[in-house]
Design a protein around this ligand. Structure first.
Ligand SMILES: Nc1nc2c(ncn2[C@@H]2O[C@H](COP(=O)(O)OP(=O)(O)O)[C@@H](O)[C@H]2O)c(=O)[nH]1
Ligand SMILES: [Mg+2]
Length: 400
């Protein structure tokens, strides 16, 4: 492995040097903004220092397989490995994602809904299919119960785990002879139950406007910087940032630093009007990313402010950011609160902080909106990937 520091006046410059010397297989380990000259760091000239590494083994392997062509790029690939802007232009990707959910996956969701309904029914009379299914669990062989338990151990809600296993069991009892066969089926089922969206392709009307919303500290600003850096520096898209998080000076400075490192404009919006005019002034950009203030459980006023500021922007996508370490009840609360202002996508962060990924499925169960990105570390821009449901299913089962 070779590790080297590259210095440029903008990140774009540093990345260009990395590409020249290490090629596209380089991994960025660290990025920092520093100052040269001046007195005590004041009035000095700012520069960007990027530490990159090149793993000679992986490079060799990748070279053998040949470089990926843009149309081979799949979700789940690291964004930074995407070779060019054209990678985001896969025709028909969006349509593929909007395919109706396969019937067996719908059945699994239905079984889960039935269980929830039974739990909340005032009479307590239990008479639906899923209740019968409950009795049937006694007939499940140990291998089936073991897979159900594995889901529960990975923090999948017990009722959801039972519904999934039940749907698989109903369908193919005879073929479910061992744990491996059952696991494979369950994995396939979970993947079919999830929805993800592919990266933006910017082929529609410009610009794509995206706001990240969510509780404080989940990683909204960091994720926004990762998305901005990947789309701007790697995919070559025209990106601009707006921040609504003006309550803390540190929050503005955090984003300003990222904007400077990446070399893209940042607008600080104090009012809904400023957000709207910011979006209008960047009508020629491909992607406008809006950062928002985090809101805690009790902070309904701030939540409303975020909602009001975003509401007038036509076609805006709101991505709800949550940490994958969030427990079921907190997640339910977050989704319920952010539903008040509306959101269209899910982003799960901090995948590096746990080995239990059941909350990915729980979040989908509660929100029923597709995932866009997953993040797995503090590193900007590398710790982000486009959400992909087979990968997510592996994670949920604890196989990734
Ligand atoms: N381990 C880990 N930390 C993260 C991740 N994303 C963000 N963070 C950290 O979480 C903290 C809060 O991030 P920030 O972006 O300021 O959160 P915000 O309040 O939602 O904007 C920072 O220390 C980030 O470095 C992630 O994927 N994994
Ligand atoms: Mg923030």
């Amino acid at each position: 492995m070779r590790v080297k520091k590259f210095i440029g006046s903008t990140m774009q410059e540093a990345i260009a040097q990395i590409r020249d010397e290490f090629g596209r297989d380089a991994v960025i380990l660290d990025t920092r903004l520093a100052k040269r000259g001046g007195i005590w760091g004041l009035f000095g000239k700012k520069y960007v220092e990027v530490t990159a590494a090149l793993d000679s083994e992986t490079t060799g392997k990748q070279r053998q397989k040949g470089r990926k062509e843009p149309d081979q790029i799949r979700q789940g690939d690291r964004l930074q490995s995407l070779p060019s802007r054209s990678a985001f232009r896969g025709p028909g990707q969006q349509a593929r994602e909007e395919e109706p959910m396969p019937i067996p996956a719908q059945i699994a969701w239905q079984l889960y809904q039935d269980t929830l309904k039974n739990e909340t029914s005032a009479t307590g009379t239990v008479s639906t299919d899923s209740a019968k299914a409950g009795h049937e669990t006694h007939a499940w062989p140990p291998a089936v119960l073991a897979v159900e338990q594995r889901l529960v151990d990975n923090e999948v809600d017990k009722r959801l785990a039972s519904a999934i296993v039940q749907s698989v069991w109903q369908e193919s009892k005879d073929q479910l002879i061992d744990t491996e066969a059952i696991t494979a089926k369950v994995k396939e089922r979970i993947a079919a139950m999830l929805r993800c969206v592919p990266p933006w392709d910017f082929s529609g009307s410009k610009p794509t406007v995206v706001a990240l919303v969510g509780p404080t500290g989940v990683g909204k600003t960091t994720t926004l910087a990762k998305i901005a850096a990947n789309y701007s520096l790697i995919a070559g898209a025209e990106v601009a940032l707006i921040t609504l998080d003006t309550y803390r000076i540190a929050a503005v400075e955090q984003l300003r630093t990222y904007a400077e490192i990446i070399g893209i404009p940042l607008e600080i919006a104090e009012t809904p009007e400023e957000v709207r005019s910011g979006v209008e002034s960047w009508s020629r950009k491909d992607l406008i990313l809006i950062d928002t203030a985090g809101t805690s459980q009790r902070d309904t006023e701030r939540l409303q402010e975020v909602g009001i500021a975003l509401q007038p922007i036509t076609g805006i996508e709101r991505h709800l950011v949550f940490s994958v370490t969030t427990r079921y009840r907190d997640l339910a609360d977050i989704i319920r609160r952010f539903d008040q202002i509306g959101f269209d996508r899910l982003i799960a962060t901090k995948l590096d902080e746990t080995h239990c990924y059941g909350s990915l499925l729980t979040a989908y169960a509660l929100a029923r909106r597709p995932f866009s990105f997953l993040t797995d570390g503090q590193g900007v821009p590398e710790c982000i990937q486009v959400a992909e449901r087979n990968h997510m299913s592996d994670l949920i089962l604890g196989d990734a």
